[in-house]
Design a protein around this ligand. Structure first.
Ligand SMILES: [Zn+2]
Length: 329
């Protein structure tokens, strides 16, 4: 039986830590690449050393998605021993950070999203500075990735992992399922203590291709609920059991949040013309500051898209901003 160890790496975000899983195998493999920091690198190296393995012995890194706390050290690992790094093609753009195209490709779509959502200019400026600081501190470097194929079975000495596409948290989020042993590496798709954020996909939104993060996320949850899973090995927090119960809790959470959004738009204090995304976000989450405002806006936008699909709200473009209102207004 291949042995699997969880390496927990602290991260400077509210979620506090991220997991890397090391699979002892004739092709030593990591699931996710941890966080790009000195501490992160030392923790991974030390955990591997206890198993008699060096960083350069890692030959394969399977990424659940392209967020920087999951990709972080993949480039460093590839440099040291030539590991192959795999990611779903829809998340490749997220994990390749090019210093020359950062401002135009990574940052500009965020700033457009904030301004269109009605975020005051002083907050846009402060988040913009925060993005630059993050980019400089955690830049994971250039490295080569290969495409993960959906449904493909990845062979280990004593088991196989199946690639399951679970779009929602990101467009290219995948989970790795060991069907035989009922183990499910969930990345950020399914977490025990935190409701995973279906983050808005700015590029595809601007291309108008119709991808809607929260709707896709809820569909992916249905797919997951049908799998026969005994143990979830998540991207954050400890492994847990009872995936169906957890999925029901998450669905309930989203239903109640959607009700909250509708109540805000239905409230007598709302102007006749409607509210912009930032105003609705702050009405639901008044305590949000800085970068967390983006995550709040992402989540609220997901609910607005569903409410609009259901015909409960309408949206108009007024002076370059979308304004939302309940249909009975
Ligand atoms: Zn993530």
């Amino acid at each position: 039986m291949n042995h699997i160890s969880r390496i927990e790496i602290p991260i400077p975000f509210p979620i506090r830590s991220v997991n890397v899983y090391f699979i002892e195998d004739s092709i030593p493999t990591l699931i996710d690449g941890g966080f790009h920091s000195k501490e992160g690198l030392t923790l991974v190296e030390n955990a591997l050393r206890e198993k008699g393995v060096r960083l350069s012995d890692i030959k394969r890194v399977l990424l659940t998605h392209g967020h920087l706390d999951h990709v972080g050290l993949a480039g460093r690992i590839q440099q040291s021993g030539g590991a192959e790094v795999f990611i779903h093609p829809r998340d490749t753009d997220k994990c390749i950070w090019n210093i020359e195209t950062y401002a135009e490709k990574k940052k500009a779509p965020f700033l457009r999203f904030f301004r269109e959502g009605g975020l005051p200019e002083n907050i846009v400026e402060s988040i913009s500075g925060q993005m630059d600081a993050r980019f400089q501190s955690f830049f994971p470097g250039d490295f080569a990735v290969k495409d993960l194929e959906i449904g493909k079975k990845i062979a280990f000495d004593t088991f196989t992992l199946e690639v399951i596409h679970c779009p929602g948290h990101t467009r290219g989020s995948v989970c790795f399922f060991d069907r035989e042993n009922k183990r499910f590496f969930s990345g950020d798709h399914l977490l025990e203590k935190i409701t995973s954020n279906p983050v808005v996909e700015l590029e595809t939104r601007e291309n108008g291709n119709g991808y809607k993060s929260l709707s896709h996320y809820l569909e992916s949850l249905e797919v997951t609920a049908h799998l026969d899973i005994a143990q979830v090995l998540p991207g954050h927090g400890s492994p847990f059991r009872g995936h169906r119960k957890r999925i029901e809790e998450i669905k309930k959470h989203h239903r109640s949040r959607r009700g909250e959004v509708l109540r805000v738009l239905d409230s007598p204090s709302m102007t006749r013309d409607g509210m912009n995304l930032f105003e609705i976000t702050m009405a639901v989450f008044p305590e949000l500051r800085a970068w967390d405002i983006f995550l709040g806006m992402s989540e609220i936008l997901g609910h607005l898209e569903i409410l609009q699909e259901k015909g409960l709200i309408d949206v108009r473009m007024v002076s370059g901003r979308h304004l939302y209102r309940a249909v009975n207004h």
